[in-house]
Design a protein around this ligand. Sequence first.
Ligand code: G3P
Length: 321
Amino acid sequence: MPGTSGVQAGPRPRRNSDSVWPPRRSIRQSVARIGVFSWVLTALLVVDVGATPHAAAASTLQAHGALQREAAPAIVSHRGAALLAPENTLAGIEAAVQTGADFVEIDLRRTQDGRAILMHDPTLDRTTNGMGWVREYTLGQIRSMDAGSDFDPAFAGERVPTFEEAAAVLAPAPVAVLIELKDDWSDAQLVPVIEHLRDRQMVNRVVLQSFNLATMEALQRVAPEFARALLTRELGDEIVDLALDLGVSCVGAKGALFAAVPGAVERLRAEGLGVAVYTLNSPDEWQFAADSGIDLIITDDPAALRAWHRDRASAAQSTPQ
Ligand code: G3P
């Protein structure tokens, strides 16, 4: 736009037989310029690759519709398997895998010394024999607490797992993983988690999710090749737009919200997004989810949901056409 750049455009030199525009350069000048150009291009590529070394290997779960299910909703075992074992423990993860769940969902928080651990609540009170804010205790202190007895004395001695311990159990298991980042995570705080998942070759089996917008934006920068899910407490066109802006593959919300906003599931699915619902533990609720076209059911009782799926499938087979 004239006058906005501060750079005045001078008269363009006219061509004539005595002057050539652009002026001719010597071969030596041209070679020098090509050399400088190549060096700058290489430097830019190195900087760019350094910023996004994984850009070439997008997760298969990122593809349009990859988290949609046409036959029956996928089974997502909640907080490990919250009805079968103490939540967010290795025992819970193992129980979930045993049921044949499609996904295991876990929650991550950070300790005072910056370690990622499996923990849903911001405090230790409900799920351990300790008390207080998770963020005020070191990993060593939290590891000394019992995370099993309150659930059932049979689980006494169960510890709060580190993220790395959970990944070691999940990496060889035939299951996908839904990881919820609780509260806000900066790019730097996410990097060790994301690098660990990459090192364990789990990119194609992990979906990263959060309610927290800043965390979702950080994930978009730090983990662009991973499938990501937006958790929301409201549904509407602005959430569809936000999901598309964030580049997520799935949107998750509680069952009552889907019931209150008819058409929301169809609207999200029309964009190729998977739709997840939490936390449904009864056959009536599972039926609602299946009838609504929801793709992933998050449940505390993956064994019962699996049995329900089996019963429905055999009832459908035995129904005369
Ligand atoms: O995966 C979504 C679901 O777990 C969200 O609910 O309360 O368990 O974090 P909450």
